[in-house]
Ligand binder design. Structure first.
Ligand code: PHB
Length: 380
């Protein structure tokens, strides 16, 4: 009954721009609903953080109604890993595993980006093969724990990176982008959000350096821009985007002046002509209405695509794209729980609720077994 009513009242909005094709950078997408990157901890860990098992392929295949799929965060090196069973993109086995997934997604008519990721200080030697976590400065995050095979552990104080270690990370991002194209991805999203390595350099809560990579806004943005430049030189700026979260407190990170920091960054990203910026508006998975950053201003000062994220429902997403406030809208938990999310949004159908108990657990439960509309009994 609920579904029927929603369908009736929203009949016209199935034609909304949200459901129309567009182009992001050089990538043509069938609609403007994006699957956000989602950590699911189901890579083949003992065998080297390799994706591409049958359930991994099936999970992404089910969600290929999205115009664009952004992969779960994918570490660029062993020390860039922060959670159990997250996939990498630095070994040949990982590239081959991803290829199984991208081939399937393409055959189903969608496009896919690799989200390339280094967690910086948000990890523990039990997850990095024994290596000490690295970060801009030797400051441990407060009240953040790591989940290891031995259980929950406190995160140690990271090692402050040398200039050589910074150059190594830039080179690893570049190699990850090259690997992503070899694995059949259409491009990459650089993970610059949520308190991980790049964000640790951007925001002064974790960056107390007094060299070329810390201090002034320009210096704090240097690592992000060196990575963008290296990745764009490798695969072309039209296949590169970046995810940012100027206000999120997630992973114990904050900035003393997010407007100033991210104004500079967005201006520099615009000058580089990259395909998109993907903003988590507000607190990751939480409140949208935090003060301190003007997303509309960022949208206006960036000529590439603006992908909006965080707590969007159908009406908000339709409005955001219709009004021009965003070019596309990324859905995380809604996509996790609704493989046929685009179809449901089109007709105004109700959504399955996500089950947080199975977000990070192994196996098919809570991964590939969420029902589609077709599979649900008809509502009387
Ligand atoms: C998580 O695993 O909780 C996670 C990973 C990457 C993010 C955010 C959350 O960007």
């Amino acid at each position: 009954m609920q579904a029927t009513q929603a369908r009736g009242s929203d009949a016209h909005s199935a034609d909304a721009k949200l459901f129309q094709p567009t182009r992001i950078g050089c990538i043509d997408i069938a609609n403007r609903v994006v699957m956000a990157p989602l950590t699911r901890c189901r890579a083949d860990e003992p065998a080297g953080d390799v994706p591409g098992s049958d359930i991994n392929v099936e999970y992404y295949r089910q969600r290929s109604g999205a115009g664009l799929i952004i992969s779960e965060g994918t570490q660029i090196s062993p020390v860039g890993k922060g959670y159990m069973a997250t996939p990498g993109i630095y070994s040949e086995a990982q590239v081959e595993g991803w290829r199984r997934i991208t081939d399937t997604v393409h055959a189903a008519g969608s496009k896919m980006l690799a989200q390339i990721w280094h967690v910086g200080r948000i990890t523990h030697p039990a997850l990095t093969g024994g290596a000490q976590p690295i970060a801009p400065s030797a400051i441990a995050p407060r009240d953040v724990v790591a989940y290891t095979h031995q259980g929950k552990v406190d995160i140690p104080t990271p090692q402050a990176m040398s200039v050589q270690q910074i150059a190594d990370v830039v080179a690893q991002f570049r190699q990850a982008a090259a690997n992503a194209l070899r694995a059949g991805f259409d491009g990459v999203e650089i993970h610059g959000a949520n308190g991980y390595l790049i964000d640790q350099f951007l925001r002064d809560g974790a960056n107390r350096r007094d060299d070329a990579y810390g201090g002034s806004v320009a210096a704090r943005c240097r690592l992000a821009l060196e990575i963008v430049d290296a990745v764009a030189a490798e695969i072309g700026a039209a296949r590169v985007g970046i995810r940012l979260s100027p206000l999120t407190p997630f992973n114990d990170l904050a900035d003393s002046d997010p407007q100033r920091t991210f104004d500079h960054l967005v201006e520099q990203l615009d000058a580089r002509g990259i395909a998109f910026v993907h903003f988590i508006e507000g607190s990751t998975g939480g409140a949208r209405d935090l003060p301190g950053f003007d997303y509309a201003k960022a949208r206006k000062s960036f000529r590439g695509a603006y992908i909006a994220n965080n707590g969007y429902d159908r009406a908000m997403a339709i409005e955001a794209v219709e009004s021009g406030r965003a070019d596309a809208v990324a859905f995380g938990r809604a996509f996790l729980a609704n493989p046929d999310l685009v179809q449901r949004l089109r007709v105004g159908a109700p959504l399955n609720a996500p089950d947080a108990q199975t977000f990070y657990t192994p196996g098919a439960a809570g991964y590939t077994d969420y029902p589609t509309l077709d599979a649900q009994p008809a509502v009387a």
